[in-house]
Design a protein around this ligand. Structure first.
Ligand code: 5GP
Ligand code: ZN
Length: 138
Protein backbone atom coordinates (compact mmCIF):
# COMPACT_ATOMS: atom_id res chain seq x y z
CA UNK A 1 0.00 0.00 0.00
CA UNK A 2 1.13 3.53 -0.79
CA UNK A 3 0.67 6.49 1.55
CA UNK A 4 -0.63 9.61 -0.21
CA UNK A 5 1.57 12.23 1.43
CA UNK A 6 4.78 10.17 1.52
CA UNK A 7 7.64 11.37 -0.69
CA UNK A 8 9.43 7.99 -0.68
CA UNK A 9 6.20 6.25 -1.79
CA UNK A 10 6.12 8.65 -4.73
CA UNK A 11 9.82 8.17 -5.55
CA UNK A 12 9.73 4.38 -5.11
CA UNK A 13 6.74 4.10 -7.44
CA UNK A 14 8.19 6.40 -10.09
CA UNK A 15 5.79 9.33 -9.58
CA UNK A 16 8.77 11.57 -8.76
CA UNK A 17 11.94 11.08 -10.83
CA UNK A 18 15.06 9.85 -9.08
CA UNK A 19 18.55 8.60 -9.86
CA UNK A 20 17.64 4.91 -9.85
CA UNK A 21 20.45 2.35 -9.71
CA UNK A 22 18.28 -0.77 -9.20
CA UNK A 23 14.60 -1.63 -9.54
CA UNK A 24 12.43 -4.74 -9.28
CA UNK A 25 8.75 -5.34 -8.53
CA UNK A 26 9.13 -4.64 -4.79
CA UNK A 27 12.00 -2.14 -4.48
CA UNK A 28 13.69 0.87 -6.03
CA UNK A 29 17.22 1.83 -5.04
CA UNK A 30 18.08 5.51 -5.55
CA UNK A 31 20.99 7.82 -4.96
CA UNK A 32 20.56 9.90 -1.79
CA UNK A 33 20.36 13.60 -2.70
CA UNK A 34 22.34 14.54 0.40
CA UNK A 35 25.02 11.86 0.20
CA UNK A 36 27.47 11.10 2.98
CA UNK A 37 29.88 9.81 0.33
CA UNK A 38 29.96 9.17 -3.42
CA UNK A 39 27.37 6.51 -4.26
CA UNK A 40 25.31 6.80 -1.03
CA UNK A 41 22.13 4.93 -1.94
CA UNK A 42 18.74 4.20 -0.37
CA UNK A 43 16.83 0.92 -0.69
CA UNK A 44 13.14 1.89 -0.83
CA UNK A 45 10.30 -0.65 -0.66
CA UNK A 46 7.49 0.27 -3.07
CA UNK A 47 4.90 -0.41 -0.34
CA UNK A 48 4.72 1.96 2.61
CA UNK A 49 5.92 0.96 6.07
CA UNK A 50 7.04 3.73 8.42
CA UNK A 51 9.89 1.79 10.00
CA UNK A 52 11.29 -1.64 10.85
CA UNK A 53 8.52 -2.22 13.40
CA UNK A 54 5.89 -1.98 10.64
CA UNK A 55 7.82 -3.87 7.96
CA UNK A 56 6.42 -7.28 6.95
CA UNK A 57 9.10 -9.89 7.67
CA UNK A 58 9.21 -11.31 4.15
CA UNK A 59 9.72 -7.85 2.59
CA UNK A 60 12.36 -7.03 5.18
CA UNK A 61 14.27 -10.20 4.32
CA UNK A 62 14.07 -9.38 0.60
CA UNK A 63 15.24 -5.80 1.29
CA UNK A 64 18.47 -7.15 2.75
CA UNK A 65 19.03 -9.33 -0.32
CA UNK A 66 18.61 -6.23 -2.51
CA UNK A 67 20.98 -4.34 -0.20
CA UNK A 68 23.64 -7.03 -0.72
CA UNK A 69 23.15 -7.04 -4.49
CA UNK A 70 23.47 -3.25 -4.77
CA UNK A 71 26.33 -3.11 -2.24
CA UNK A 72 28.25 -5.44 -4.57
CA UNK A 73 27.44 -3.24 -7.56
CA UNK A 74 28.65 -0.14 -5.69
CA UNK A 75 31.88 -1.85 -4.65
CA UNK A 76 32.55 -3.06 -8.16
CA UNK A 77 31.78 0.18 -9.98
CA UNK A 78 33.03 2.78 -7.48
CA UNK A 79 35.94 0.79 -6.03
CA UNK A 80 35.04 1.79 -2.48
CA UNK A 81 37.21 0.44 0.34
CA UNK A 82 34.26 -0.49 2.58
CA UNK A 83 30.53 0.13 3.03
CA UNK A 84 28.23 0.97 5.94
CA UNK A 85 24.63 -0.23 6.11
CA UNK A 86 22.55 2.16 8.22
CA UNK A 87 18.85 1.93 8.98
CA UNK A 88 17.22 4.55 11.24
CA UNK A 89 13.94 4.11 13.12
CA UNK A 90 12.34 7.05 14.91
CA UNK A 91 13.35 10.68 15.12
CA UNK A 92 15.67 10.21 18.10
CA UNK A 93 17.52 7.59 16.03
CA UNK A 94 17.99 10.04 13.16
CA UNK A 95 15.05 9.06 10.95
CA UNK A 96 13.84 12.06 8.97
CA UNK A 97 11.72 10.33 6.29
CA UNK A 98 9.17 8.02 7.84
CA UNK A 99 9.09 5.43 5.05
CA UNK A 100 11.37 2.47 5.81
CA UNK A 101 14.69 2.65 3.97
CA UNK A 102 18.16 1.15 4.16
CA UNK A 103 21.18 3.40 3.63
CA UNK A 104 24.10 1.95 1.65
CA UNK A 105 27.09 4.18 2.29
CA UNK A 106 30.24 3.37 0.34
CA UNK A 107 33.36 4.18 2.36
CA UNK A 108 36.68 5.41 1.04
CA UNK A 109 39.88 5.35 3.04
CA UNK A 110 40.13 9.15 3.06
CA UNK A 111 36.43 10.14 3.06
CA UNK A 112 36.53 11.87 6.47
CA UNK A 113 32.97 10.79 7.32
CA UNK A 114 31.89 9.90 10.85
CA UNK A 115 29.30 7.16 11.28
CA UNK A 116 29.32 5.88 14.82
CA UNK A 117 28.66 6.38 18.50
CA UNK A 118 30.44 7.11 21.76
CA UNK A 119 30.95 3.72 23.48
CA UNK A 120 29.57 3.50 27.02
CA UNK A 121 31.27 1.65 29.89
CA UNK A 122 28.55 -0.10 31.92
CA UNK A 123 29.45 -2.35 34.86
CA UNK A 124 28.80 -6.07 34.48
CA UNK A 125 25.86 -5.64 36.93
CA UNK A 126 24.32 -2.95 34.75
CA UNK A 127 24.68 -5.10 31.63
CA UNK A 128 23.14 -8.06 33.46
CA UNK A 129 20.20 -5.88 34.54
CA UNK A 130 19.57 -4.83 30.95
CA UNK A 131 19.74 -8.44 29.78
CA UNK A 132 17.20 -9.46 32.43
CA UNK A 133 14.85 -6.63 31.45
CA UNK A 134 15.05 -7.58 27.77
CA UNK A 135 14.58 -11.28 28.55
CA UNK A 136 11.68 -10.58 30.95
CA UNK A 137 13.54 -11.98 33.95
CA UNK A 138 12.88 -9.02 36.25
P1 5GP B 1 16.89 9.16 7.34
O1 5GP B 1 17.51 10.32 8.06
O2 5GP B 1 15.38 9.21 7.40
O3 5GP B 1 17.44 7.82 7.74
O4 5GP B 1 17.33 9.31 5.83
C1 5GP B 1 16.66 10.07 4.90
C2 5GP B 1 17.61 10.28 3.74
O5 5GP B 1 16.85 10.60 2.61
C3 5GP B 1 18.61 11.42 3.95
O6 5GP B 1 19.93 10.90 3.80
C4 5GP B 1 18.25 12.43 2.87
O7 5GP B 1 19.39 13.03 2.29
C5 5GP B 1 17.50 11.59 1.86
N1 5GP B 1 16.44 12.27 1.14
C6 5GP B 1 15.44 13.01 1.70
N2 5GP B 1 14.60 13.45 0.73
C7 5GP B 1 15.08 12.96 -0.44
C8 5GP B 1 14.64 13.10 -1.79
O8 5GP B 1 13.64 13.75 -2.12
N3 5GP B 1 15.39 12.45 -2.75
C9 5GP B 1 16.51 11.73 -2.43
N4 5GP B 1 17.16 11.15 -3.44
N5 5GP B 1 16.95 11.59 -1.16
C10 5GP B 1 16.24 12.20 -0.19
ZN1 ZN C 1 5.82 5.81 1.98
Amino acid sequence: MKKDDCIFCKIANGEIPSNTIYEDDLFRVILDNGPATKGHALVLPKDHSADIFEMPEDTLAKAMVVAKKVAGKLKETLSCDGLNIVQNNGECAGQTVHHFHIHLIPRYADDGQLIGWKPGSPSSEELEKVRKTINGES
